[in-house]
Design a binder for this molecule. Structure first.
Ligand SMILES: [Zn+2]
Length: 69
């Protein structure tokens, strides 16, 4: 458990922190638009999944443009 900092060597601290590294998240390249996507999920930039268009991304873009004007 906790001890005053000076009682720990740098080696001990580093050995404890050797387990704290984060794993990189696995990303897949979208076959439709070649952007990085989470696996087994609809692509957020083109709206395609398994070669089918699930979300009409361009429709939402047009709505946003109208709102801004
Ligand atoms: Zn895509």
């Amino acid at each position: 458990m906790g001890k005053p900092r000076r009682h720990h060597t740098k080696s001990r601290t580093n050995m404890r922190r050797s387990h704290q590294a984060l794993d990189p998240i696995g990303l897949v390249t979208c076959p439709q638009c070649k952007s990085k996507v989470m696996p087994h999920r609809v692509c957020s930039s083109c709206g395609f999944y398994k070669g089918e268009e699930i979300i009409n991304v361009l429709k939402d873009v047009k709505k946003d443009v109208k709102k801004k004007k």
